[in-house]
Design a protein around this ligand. Structure first.
Ligand code: APR
Length: 317
């Protein structure tokens, strides 16, 4: 099994800690690098006691970021702030965009060939921001930049299994578009195993998948957003990326990537992963009329989120 270094930026956070734990359990990882602006010595000591393959190191503060990144094959980014009461979406955007920008400048310098798994929200905009930074640094490789949308797939599978009355472990549902609200478009017409669900049920399943994040925010009643399920989804996607790097054939996952199959520059699609990251962006496949309508609603919304990211980069912020 090859040596693989995985760096997690924001490793001490609500997502970062369970994600660090799950990546420590992954036998494909040989070196686990945990970076945050606070608390990483503790997280690294704690996770480091687990008797699995990877060596664990904690790095804290900007002055240790270079060491955290050096030699990384895969960088997972859940750094940022979750939305707090009184904060507008624009406040959140500006803070997280600034955090992602600085982290990506460091990635471009210290591990320009690593695969990037972006979790920091709003993913629809933070991925375009990362792309702009890598372009500016002359290291952009569209095959290596991914917005993690796996939680949308995980949710779609769970909700579908409940309604279709099929074993959840056997379910597959592609989810395309983006990673917020109506930009999330689950393709239940392509779900396996197929079940004969009414239009009303399919509409409700689509809406629940799109509102999954809000469902968790409301249930947590002011104490945060999805962390555990997001960490699970992040670990699942990272594992798929590592398998691809290791040459396991036909690893396909949905992810928000540079798009060649729609007119939008970024679009979540089924992606075949390989030794260099994205090997192929697969066709969307046949859509139902309901999904075609959904796709028309995705486009303007996603376009404006992408433009927001690009504009942030050109505003000199
Ligand atoms: N570099 C590294 N880590 C940072 C930085 C930075 N510049 N700024 C903040 N962090 C860290 C925080 O110290 C914290 O440990 O990011 C972590 C974020 O953790 P939480 O505040 O618990 O937030 P979480 O719920 O994990 O969400 C993080 O992921 O899904 C998104 O919308 C979510 O954008 C948010 C992010």
């Amino acid at each position: 099994v090859p040596q693989r270094k995985v760096a997690i930026l924001g490793a001490a956070g609500g997502i970062g800690q369970p994600l660090s734990l799950l990546m420590k359990l992954n036998p494909l990882v040989s070196s686990l690098s945990l970076f945050d602006i606070a608390n990483t010595p503790g997280v690294a000591a704690d996770v480091g006691h687990i008797n699995t393959r990877s060596e664990v190191a904690g790095y804290m503060g900007d002055e240790e970021l270079a060491k955290a990144l050096k030699g990384a094959d895969l960088v997972i980014i859940p750094a940022g702030v979750p939305r707090k009461p009184g904060m507008t979406r624009d406040d959140l955007f500006n803070i997280n965009a600034g955090i992602v920008k600085n982290l990506c400048i460091a990635i471009a310098e210290h591990c320009p060939h690593a695969l990037i798994n972006m979790i920091s929200n709003p993913v629809n905009s933070t991925v375009p921001i990362a792309a702009e930074i890598f372009k500016k640094a002359g290291v952009y490789d569209e095959k290596k930049l991914f917005g993690v949308t796996t939680l949308d797939v995980v949710r779609a599978k769970t909700f579908y299994a409940g309604k279709a009355n099929v074993p959840v472990a056997e379910v597959n549902v592609p989810v395309i578009g983006g990673h917020a609200g109506i930009t999330i478009l689950p393709l239940f017409s392509q779900a396996t195993p197929q079940a004969n669900l009414s239009d009303d049920v399919l509409t409700a399943l689509t809406k629940r998948t799109q509102d999954g994040g809000t469902e968790v925010v409301e249930a947590k009643a002011g104490k945060g957003s999805a962390t555990l399920s997001m960490a699970y989804a992040g670990a699942l996607f990272a594992d798929a990326c590592l398998k691809g790097l290791n040459g396991v054939p036909d690893v396909v996952e949905c992810s928000y990537v540079q798009s060649t199959i729609t007119e939008l520059p970024f679009f979540a699609s089924k992606v075949r992963l390989g030794k260099n990251g994205t090997e192929e962006v697969l066709d969307l496949g046949p859509l139902s009329d309901f999904e075609k309508q959904g796709l028309e609603a995705v486009k303007p919304e996603l376009k404006s989120s992408i433009e927001k990211g690009v504009k942030f980069m050109h505003s000199g912020a």
